[in-house]
Structure formats: structure tokens, C-alpha cells
Ligand binder design. Sequence first.
Ligand code: ADP
Ligand code: MG
Length: 330
Amino acid sequence: MALLEVRDLSVTFKRKGVRPFTAVDGVSFDVEPGRTVGLVGESGSGKSVTALAIMGLLPKRGAEVGGSVRFEDTDLLTLSDRQLRDKRGRDLGMVFQDPLSSLNPVIPIGLQITEVLERHRGMSRKQASGEAEQLLGRVGIPDPTRRLSEYPHQLSGGMRQRALIAIALACKPRLLIADEPTTALDVTIQAQILALLSELVRDTGTALIMITHDLGVVAGLCDEVNVMYGGRIVERAERHALFAAARHPYTHGLLESIPRLDAPRGEKLVPIKGSVADNIPWDSACAFAPRCPNALDRCRQVRPELLPDHGGMLRCHNPVGHAVKQGVRA
Ligand code: ADP
Ligand code: MG
């Protein structure tokens, strides 16, 4: 049985005087222990809102959440705030894109970790600082003893993200959600953080949901990939299948916009024309149709459903039938 089963998750933002906006609609996927599942898509496709809904971190007022998020035998959506906080402290961890805004600027790093250890794992102050030091070492922070007493601003961006991962790991989460954890970092540090996450999944059996707009990150880390567009999953595939023979024209567009090391110099990237904001609603059409090179009349008239396809899932009336040139080898 899966550790996490997300079923028909939907999030609608409602504000007075503004038309309700459904940011996530009918999203379903599973995560097994020790597996990394990717949520991929351009900015605005609903990835972060999906993560926040799973973690129960959306504002109670103004965000209507539907469907279910079963973690082991509990539907997280039915828990009270208190029960949820407890669950987050014990079983669920989250790492955000911007470590500086997730760390408390006026509390030393060490204290931010020991707090979690004391509160959620019942450790004494002394046990906790020993464990905090170990955690910092484990995420690759050199000289952890000294770093414990430093404040977030004294650490580099990469070190801060490592510290944030250490805090997330302090409660030994069974499920970790990383939302664009490397987007703000330079490429070398990015690779190190990804290697760290992959090692953690391997060594601890933690389930990881990896949120990214970067298919390069997917290639290096994910077992399975869910491609999101306009708040819905449009394609799901095992990583190798996705890179070998993506079926959705949107996924193709994403793959072709990856910079290639072997491309002739000066060759331009192929971004997908248009933007998510050009959407027509999913109600009576495919939301990607206005940008889609494969679009048929049917795509503008009938909403495609997510259906089994070649061992994965696909929401498309006119998929790509053949393997194309790829930017990244899986
Ligand atoms: P991304 O895939 O880039 O993470 P998000 O999940 O953050 O996208 O956002 C999906 C959509 O939901 C966007 O159009 C965003 O503007 C909208 N959205 C996110 N949070 C809120 C909110 N609190 N109120 C209203 N709309 C929101
Ligand atoms: Mg986001």
C-alpha cells in the first residue's frame, strides 16, 4: 500500500468580489516509501498549491480544498489544526525554495534544529544539541559545531538550504516534500543538494515529492513524474518512459526547452509559445490547446480525461506517437 494517496485533490481560492479560481483540480497520485515522485510544470501550474494542500498549510479562509490526502490510514484533510501540526512535526517534512524566508533570522541555526528535536522527539537539550550537530554533518555542513551558533544570514545560500533540510530531517519524516529546493542556488550547489536528497531517500526509505519546473532535476532524481498543466495532471510516467517517449505535446515542449550541451553554439532554446495565463478553462476543452502544435478541433471542444496510456497516464486527444530528440538523457 502506498504511504501517501492523493485522490481527486482540488483547491479553489475564493475571495470577495473576485471570481473563484480553481488552482488545482482532480489531482491524484501515490507515493511509496523510498520513491521519489516528481511534480513538474511551468510556473503557475499548481505545484506549490498541491504541496501546501497536502501539508495542510493553505489558509483556512479563502481556500476550499476537496478530495482526500490519505497518509497511512489517516485522511490529512480531516485532521484538526492541532492534529495536523503534530503530524507535520512527526511524519511530514517540507523544504521550500527560499531557505532565508523559511529560517527564522533571529534564532541561531542550532537552536532551530534542537527546538524540533525537543518538541517532537522528546529529547533533552543536551541530546538535542548532539543530534543537531550530527544532522548538520549529515547534510554536508563543514564544521557543524561552529555553525550551530550562527544565524541564517551568516550562511551561504547553499548552506542555508542544507540547514533547512537538516531541520526537515530532524523529525525523521516519512514523507518529505521539496518545493523547488534548488531553484535559488547556483548549478554546482544545486547538484550537491540533489545528491543529498537522493542519498537520503536511498538510506532512510523516506518518500520524496520533488517539485520542480526543471526536467534536468527530474532526470537526476525522480522515479516517477507527474506533469501538471493548468492545475491538472496531463501526463504521468516512469522517468525513463518520459524521457524516451513523452506522449503529451506539453511534455515534449518542456523537454525541448532544456538547454542541450551538444547543441550547436548559438542555437536558440525552443520555449513553448504562450503562457499558462492564456488558458482557456478545462471545462469544455483542453487548457493547453491554444499553445499546442497538435491541437485538433476536438481539443477545443471536449475536455480530455486522464486515462491509462503505455503504462502511464495521459490527458490528451492527440498525443505524440513517436520518440523525439531529447535534451537530457534519463
Ligand atoms: P506553481 O506551479 O508555480 O507552484 P502555484 O501552485 O503557486 O504554481 O499557483 C497556481 C495558481 O494558483 C497560480 O495561478 C497562482 O496565482 C494561484 N494562487 C496560488 N496561491 C494563491 C492564493 N493564496 N490565492 C489566490 N490564488 C493563488
Ligand atoms: Mg511553486
